[in-house]
Design a protein around this ligand. Structure first.
Ligand SMILES: NC(=O)c1ccc[n+]([C@@H]2O[C@H](COP(=O)([O-])OP(=O)(O)OC[C@H]3O[C@@H](n4cnc5c(N)ncnc54)[C@H](OP(=O)(O)O)[C@@H]3O)[C@@H](O)[C@H]2O)c1
Length: 199
């Protein structure tokens, strides 16, 4: 494996003017962490767009490699839970905001931030779900914690055709909920029904 890898780097000059460039990094350039991962897939989350354009203060240290989520393979680890070759996913934890993120060939992070890539799911599959899908699942799990079950009646998903809403419809319908999708884009109705919305 080559010692250098490509990365997107967001920097700021003395006048706080932001610039973005593609650079070559080595592992010595990465931030502290106990697991180094070969990044195989990531997403372009809304937050990443804000980070790269500088339109909102997502980046909170400079320079920074953006990218808030990734899936890949562990290259090296001193964390008890992870070994070389393990397939992992990362979502959030300030990665791409305060810690070098996914838009690089490699990422060094805390092992506590990683979750295992489920069997049968490729890194690309995981990132097709992405942080938006992960957020939808967290929301469904919160409903369950509050005792909302399919027999309690229909569930309305607002912003239905958006990233979080569309995955929420798919999860809820798979779990047996009667899902009512609320959208401002009627043309998306066939798509939402196809995802599992009852109406
Ligand atoms: N994506 C993430 O990783 C993530 C993580 C944490 C929290 N969130 C939050 O979750 C929410 C949804 O995020 P998302 O990624 O799914 O965004 P998105 O893909 O842009 O979807 C948002 C949806 O909201 C609806 N919408 C937009 N403007 C509206 C308005 N003025 N009135 C009523 N509905 C409106 C639209 O639904 P229709 O197209 O169906 O009309 C739109 O598709 C946001 O509040 C976001 O901050 C997102």
């Amino acid at each position: 494996m080559s010692d250098t890898f490509k990365a997107i780097l967001v920097s700021r000059d003395a006048e706080k003017k932001q610039s973005v460039e593609i650079v070559d990094l080595t592992e010595a350039d990465l931030m502290d962490g106990d697991v180094t991962v070969a990044v195989e897939a990531t997403t372009v989350n809304y937050k990443d767009g804000l980070a790269i354009t500088g339109k909102a203060p997502v980046v909170r240290r400079w320079p920074l490699v953006p990218g808030i989520d990734f899936a890949g393979t562990v290259i090296s680890s001193s964390h008890a839970d992870w070994r070389k070759g393990d397939k992992v996913i990362l979502n959030g934890w300030g990665v791409g905001e305060t810690h070098y993120g996914a838009y690089a060939g490699r990422a060094r992070v805390k092992g506590d931030w990683l979750v295992p890539l489920p069997d049968g799911m490729s890194p690309h599959d995981a990132m097709a779900v992405g942080t938006a899908g992960y957020t939808a699942m967290l929301a469904v799990m919160a409903l369950e914690r509050h005792g909302i079950a399919p027999d309690r009646g229909p569930v309305v998903v607002t912003g239905a055709a958006g990233g979080v809403g569309s995955v929420a419809i798919s999860i809820l319908s798979t779990l047996g909920y009667h899902v009512v999708a609320s959208t401002g884009r009627n043309a998306e109705s066939p798509y939402l029904i196809d995802l599992g919305a009852a109406r």
